[in-house]
Design a protein around this ligand. Structure first.
Ligand code: SF4
Length: 465
């Protein structure tokens, strides 16, 4: 295997034009839009009680959702609450504490935690005192492994060096900074003014504080972005040399996300320009020595993610790629998603519903899903493709007692088109994604998504009748 993946992704504009389809990012399979309200608190409790039966000792991962932001970024598609009213945010912490207590009681017998992520919103909306108290409450009820992966999202506009040092002191060892674009015209168009100095100061502080890994989020396809302006942003980001870079595609969906209606459609780059932005960014990242991890993510070859990928032990979960073996995920906070045993669950998305459930003394689960045997097989396929761009038919047959070719006969038929186009190869019991296909991994995974297939077939059926 090469020392880096630089040579192993190939940007082919024609293929991207033809095969890049809107679809899930597969941080889970089935995706969250398939969760059902029939799965509630009782089902969650029952699976939590059974999670270690059979001698399988899975550690826990925690996701903590801190939804408050001071200002709105127009492009945002996150579940956030924009307010400058500190009292609202304080009230939330009080309820979150209650949820932590209820959840921790379920996992009292084996409270080992190997991963944690604080996301938002803006976790650093809170000051050091609040953040320390929250961490303290978690540390009292769970047992954090010293070798764990603990990450936090930081908005460079709302943080000072003291807070960054305090977060490191609590035990966070990975940090992610939202940047998106350094061009002031783009920043004005997305309502996110963030000077280079602010970003540099925050990243410097993280390095001085001793974080193991620093990630920077960038976004292409934003209003007012040009090839030249985004190249300049990349030059500046690459000069900082973050360990990881996430390069997201801005999807303009104003009917779904209200704040996106404040973006002038005339300011958006055309589809062709967007493709060039993407192609050029990939080239710059490759030339700078970044390895392609998969789905929007790049890392320096010595970063733990790139090392794990080379060693075939990369995982994907709701927080994206991870180096830790599968854990049971406990989602804490409004809208947070958990995954315990063969289930997914999601907390209430509206703050009032979340509070009401906790007032009744309930774990605030809104919906979820118990995975079927078929879901589990397909999840394993999608996980292998997303993390390793390769799938061993035999290992799947042994693990899930299926005849691969028979089980996936329809999918294999559909994949012929991808094979002809050179995106994948299928031989000697392996399905392998080619360098050209890697950037289109989502479209390849979508072939195995039974729910999408079902949607497509019902639409076709309803058109026919
Ligand atoms: S992008 Fe981040 S900081 Fe901006 S509104 Fe969304 S959650 Fe808040």
């Amino acid at each position: 295997m090469p020392a880096t993946n630089i040579q192993t992704i190939e940007f082919d504009a024609d293929l991207v034009r033809r095969y890049d389809r809107n679809g899930p990012r597969y941080t889970s399979y089935p995706t969250a839009d398939r969760f059902v309200e029939a799965f509630g608190e009782d089902a969650y409790r029952s699976w939590a009680a059974r999670r270690n039966i059979g001698g399988v000792q899975r550690p826990l991962a925690l996701y903590v959702h801190l939804p408050f932001c001071r200002d709105i970024c127009f492009y945002c598609a996150c579940n956030k609450i924009v307010t400058r009213d500190g009292a609202k945010a304080t009230r939330y912490l009080e309820y979150l504490g209650r949820e932590i207590d209820l959840q921790a009681a379920l996992f009292r017998e084996d409270p080992r935690v190997s991963q944690m992520h604080w996301g938002g919103g803006t976790p650093t909306y809170y000051d050091v005192k609040d953040l320390t108290a929250l961490f303290g409450r978690l540390a009292e009820r769970f047992e954090f492994s010293p070798q764990g992966e603990y990450s936090v999202e930081i908005d460079p506009r709302t943080v000072d060096a003291q807070t960054i040092h305090a977060l490191r002191g609590m035990g966070f060892n990975r940090v992610s900074f939202g940047v998106q674009d350094f061009d002031p015209r783009v920043q004005a168009a997305i309502h996110r003014l963030q000077s280079r100095e602010q970003t540099h100061a925050a990243i410097d502080a993280a390095r001085r504080a001793g974080f193991d890994s620093v990630n920077v989020d960038l976004m292409y396809g934003l209003p007012k972005q040009t090839l030249a302006s985004f190249n300049e942003t990349l030059v500046q980001v690459l000069a900082i040399r973050p360990d990881r870079i996430a390069l997201y595609n801005y999807a303009h969906l104003p009917t779904l996300f209200k704040s996106q209606r404040r973006i002038e459609e005339g300011d958006l780059p055309s589809a062709e320009t967007k493709l060039k932005l993407f192609g050029s960014a990939i080239k710059q990242l490759g030339m700078a020595g970044y390895a392609y991890i998969g789905m929007d993510h790049f890392a320096l070859p010595e970063d733990a993610l790139a090392v794990a990928q080379r060693q075939g032990r990369l995982y994907r979960n709701f927080q994206g790629y991870s180096i830790r073996a599968e854990a049971d995920l406990v989602g804490l906070g409004v809208s947070a998603i958990g995954a315990v045993g063969p289930t997914y669950s999601q907390n209430h998305r509206a703050l009032e519903d979340y509070y009401d459930a906790l007032d009744r003394g309930e774990i605030p689960i809104m919906r979820g899903l118990e995975l079927t045997a078929d879901d589990l097989v397909r999840r394993a396929v999608i996980q292998a493709l997303m993390c390793h761009f390769a799938l061993s038919e035999e290992s799947l047959e042994i693990a899930y007692l299926i005849d691969f070719n028979r089980y996936f006969a329809t999918e294999l038929e559909d994949l012929r088109e991808f094979e002809k186009a050179g995106l994948i190869s299928m031989s000697e019991g392996w399905l392998t994604v080619s360098p050209k296909g890697r950037l289109l991994i989502r479209s390849i995974c979508m072939v195995f998504d039974r729910y999408l297939r079902h949607d497509r077939e019902s639409r076709r059926y309803s058109r026919v009748i």
